[in-house]
Ligand binder design. Structure first.
Ligand code: ADP
Length: 834
């Protein structure tokens, strides 16, 4: 054959290719074996595996060093003659195939310590007559096979077809079709064509062996054709699948690729805008947003990082949401304050009944602002009062008077500093803290910002949210508030912060220091009725789609709702109950039923069910060992009976009714006071050693604490010990010292109102609290007798229904544990002393 190119079919493993001029030289010296007169010759042989060596084909085979096969190869090389390659029958390995290949041995190169690579050039097929292993020499007796070059028309047609198809095949496999077609042009022997193509196809060893074994070239051509067709078909199918997958992939990658390309081009042109719509949107937002230097630098840096990050990666998403946060926060947008005091006063009055102190303080604030507009420091107001006393709604009105935005956030239950200050960005799902989240909602840097329930902050191992809040509120620090997520400082100094709390007692002291307290004292019944009439009813009518012509709520009805359906210092439940009545009326209206013109007190149960609260009332009779305290609760004030019983015993003091530590100490102080007065009250010596004293504050499920029941405890105790009853229409509040001095307490307004509601006639108040009576409506003050007290003696004077003298002590018996009597148990059988 005279191909002038070296052609490498990768289809057969280890094949070096069909003989080309480049490789010929090393084989030129090797002669084919000459057959003897019988047409056969003897030659060394080697068993071959996996690789079929077709005639004219050069194949490299790997042989083991020192193996018989290698020895035979070397022997052949010595003789400058050929070796015979023999194949095992794949269906039965102990047999060999009676057709072998006579091959010339070329270069031998070591590949590792144990193997060498031998180049073999296929010369011609031989039929194997005999294998022999005599004298340790493996030799074969073989006859060169005769291959007819005769071509029928059919063979010719098949050859043409094969030549055409193999070109397609080669193209699909990515071989050079030009070289191939030139090589094919020179092949006109059907036998050689089938060998040539058979070697090229990527077909299983067995199929290749079948081709090798077939000595009739025309039959070989017929054998080859279906193999070629099926290979071609598979390749086409593969190509089609690949192109389908490719185009799907392409569509995905193309965009990313093109975008990257465009980014590069834009960079070259000095245009640094991104082509990703999301990034572009952020860039445009960045252009429109005026930012202080630090956030601006941060945004620039992150935008660069974003552009260098693959679009679909989680990292990209995180950067985008960070950028969006920075860009959507207000940095410079500011509303213009309306500092017109008359306007503000009008707004506050229009929206709120009463609340004079709070309103005055707000107006003062506005006045200072209008006179000294440059003053940037904002006071921090803290509205303290029970729920529903109008703290939030006053906050809103302040914002609307100032024409500022209003936002609020609840701090109830916040115990993690990160809730205030955000999580660092390395956290999965990190976000800014509540302060900045709320600022984003405000859309301006100077909103009225209400921090609700500041008294419900908790500190735990996650850091102290109160100290983070200090940084929020402290004008010295809040111009550069640091949020962990945002990383750049944020200016909160233009915000008007208003905090709210139900009680000052649980506000962290450091915070309390920074704030200006404004109390929301709770409303008396008349005020509630007025609020309902002016604000709640009109609003609820509006919400239920009704008007005053449809239904009215007379004052008596409101009174009953307030007393029997609500129990609160504020008006939140009152508002709810009114709402639910009006919704029921609205339903009647929509059903076309007859409407009540006015809701009478008697018909309330049809709207609201049965009464839920029973008015607390003063005791009906004067009793020994039973005194009435007035307590402050989050819902306002309430009266609180204190009971004391004295039994014969061993000097123990027992307290029940969920009494807190401070109240227990008050009880101890009260007892010490009484002991110190024993002589004056003519209490027998050793009396206290022979009795047990039991103090109980009813409604045991409700925890009670605080020092303000001190004088009541002392009164009940004195009454029980002396056997003198307490006047039932007297209630009292005040702290007691060991020497019987009375100290001032808080919550006077609520307490006085509670006493009044309960039907108390006389209220004993510490002298120092008299000033607080200003907060009590004048009309009410006139109906109560208020007695200012400085010492326990004065308390006893007003409270006891008799002289404080020992008149009815129990019999102090050490061995009798029988329940005896002073105080509560009037069925005593104990002997009366004296
Ligand atoms: P808080 O924030 O103190 O819990 P809110 O401000 O939510 O109370 O008040 C509850 C409802 O009572 C609101 O509808 C509010 O308008 C109304 N309200 C409370 N006090 C007054 C008042 N003095 N004048 C008019 N409405 C009031």
């Amino acid at each position: 054959m005279d191909q002038d190119e070296f052609f490498t079919p990768s289809g057969s493993a280890g094949a070096e290719g069909f003989t080309g001029t480049a490789n010929m030289e090393q084989f030129n010296r090797i002669h084919n074996r000459k057959p003897d007169s019988r047409g056969q010759f003897e030659a060394p042989f080697a068993f071959l595996q996996e690789q079929i060596i077709f005639p004219n084909m050069v194949v490299s085979v790997e042989l083991e060093m020192g193996s018989g096969a290698l020895e035979n190869v070397l022997a052949a090389l010595e003789e400058k003659s050929t070796i015979i390659g023999v194949y095992f029958d794949p269906e039965n390995d102990s047999n060999y195939i009676p057709v072998g290949i006579e091959a010339a041995v070329g270069s031998i190169t070591p590949v590792s310590g144990e193997h060498v690579k031998v180049l073999l050039q296929g010369r011609r097929r031989v039929t194997i007559e005999e294998l022999s292993f005599a004298n340790d020499k493996a030799s074969v007796v073989a006859k060169p096979a005769r291959e007819s070059a005769r071509k029928t028309e059919e063979t010719l047609a098949k050859m043409r077809l094969i030549k055409k198809q193999i070109i397609d095949y080669a193209e699909l496999r990515g071989y050079s079709a030009v070289n191939l077609s030139r090589a094919l042009d020179n092949i006109d022997h059907p036998g050689f064509l089938s060998d040539f193509v058979g070697a090229l196809l990527d077909i299983p060893f067995e199929d290749r062996l079948d081709l090798f074994f077939e000595l009739n070239p025309a039959k070989r051509i017929s054998l080859l054709l279906p193999l070629l067709f099926s290979e071609l078909h598979m390749l086409r199918l593969e190509a089609e699948i690949q192109s389908r997958v490719q185009s799907e992939m392409d569509n995905m990658q193309r965009e990313a690729y093109l975008r990257e390309k465009m980014n590069q081009i834009q960079k070259e042109l000095g245009d640094t805008k991104s082509t990703d719509p999301d990034v572009r949107q952020l860039e445009e937002l960045f252009e429109k947003t005026e930012l202080p230097p630090e956030p601006e630098a941060a945004v620039k840096k992150e935008l660069e990082r974003l552009k260098a990050t693959p679009g679909l990666s989680p990292e990209s998403g995180m950067i985008q949401s960070y950028l969006r946060w920075i860009l959507e926060l207000p940095w410079s947008q500011q509303t213009v304050d309306n500092l017109d005091i008359r306007h503000a006063e009008k707004v506050l009055d229009e929206n709120h009944y009463g609340l004079k102190k709070a309103k005055d303080r707000i107006l003062e604030y506005l006045a200072v602002r209008s006179l000294k507009p440059k003053r940037d420091r904002q006071p921090i107001l803290c509205f303290v009062g029970a729920p529903g006393t109008g703290k939030t709604s006053l906050g809103k009105s302040i914002a609307s008077a100032l024409e500022r935005k209003f936002v609020r956030v609840s701090l109830g239950g916040v115990h993690d500093e990160a809730e205030i200050r955000g999580h660092r960005r390395t956290y999965i799902g990190a976000m800014p803290g509540r302060i900045l989240q709320t600022m984003r909602k405000a859309e301006a840097i100077n909103p009225v910002f209400m921090l609700d329930e500041i008294d419900k902050l908790n500190a735990d191992f996650q850091g102290d949210p109160a100290s983070a809040l200090l940084e929020v509120l402290d004008p010295e620090q809040n111009y550069a508030f640091s949020d962990h997520y945002l990383e750049v400082p944020y200016d909160l100094s233009k915000v008007l912060f208003i905090t709210t709390a139900n009680t000052v007692a649980s506000i962290p002291p450091a915070l309390l220091d920074r704030m200006e307290l404004i109390e929301f004292p709770g409303y008396i019944e008349e005020e509630k009725i007025a609020i309902a009439r002016q604000f709640l009813i009109p609003e609820q009518l509006l919400q239920s789609g009704l008007d005053e012509d449809n239904v009215t709520l007379p004052d008596e009805t409101l009174s009953v709702i307030i007393r029997s359906y609500t129990y609160e210092a504020g008006v939140r439940n009152l508002e709810r109950e009114i709402g639910s009545i009006l919704r029921k009326v609205a339903r009647l209206k929509s059903e076309g039923k007859e409407l009540p013109v006015a809701i009478a007190p008697e018909s309330l149960s049809t709207y609201l069910g049965s009464e839920e609260f029973f008015q607390q009332s003063a005791e009906a009779n004067d009793e020994v060992g039973l005194a009435t305290a007035i307590a402050w609760t989050e819902n306002g004030g309430e009266i609180m009976p204190v009971e004391v019983a004295v039994f014969s015993g061993k000097g123990n003091l027992q307290m029940t009714g969920q009494i807190g530590e401070i109240m227990q100490e008050s009880a101890q102080a009260a007892l010490s006071y009484l002991k110190s007065r024993a002589e004056a009250f003519e209490i027998p010596e050793d009396f206290f050693e022979d009795v047990d004293i039991h103090i109980h504050v009813p409604e045991g499920s409700i925890p009670k604490d605080g020092p303000s029941a001190g004088i009541t405890l002392a009164t009940a105790l004195t009454s029980a010990v002396l056997g003198v009853p307490v006047r039932h229409e007297v209630a009292m509040t005040g702290e007691i010292t060991l020497r019987g001095r009375v100290l001032p307490i808080g919550g006077v307004r609520e307490k006085v109102l509670a006493a009044y509601r309960a039907g108390i006639k006389t209220v004993l108040l510490p002298q120092k609290n008299l000033k607080d009576l200003d907060e009590v409506p004048a009309g009410l003050r006139e109906q109560l007798k208020i007695v200012a007290v400085e010492h326990m003696d004065e308390v006893l004077d007003s409270a006891l229904a008799g002289q404080p003298k020992f008149i009815k002590p129990p019999k102090a018996s050490k061995n009798k544990r029988k329940k005896e009597a002073t105080g509560v148990d009037e069925t005593s059988e104990g002997e009366k002393p004296n």
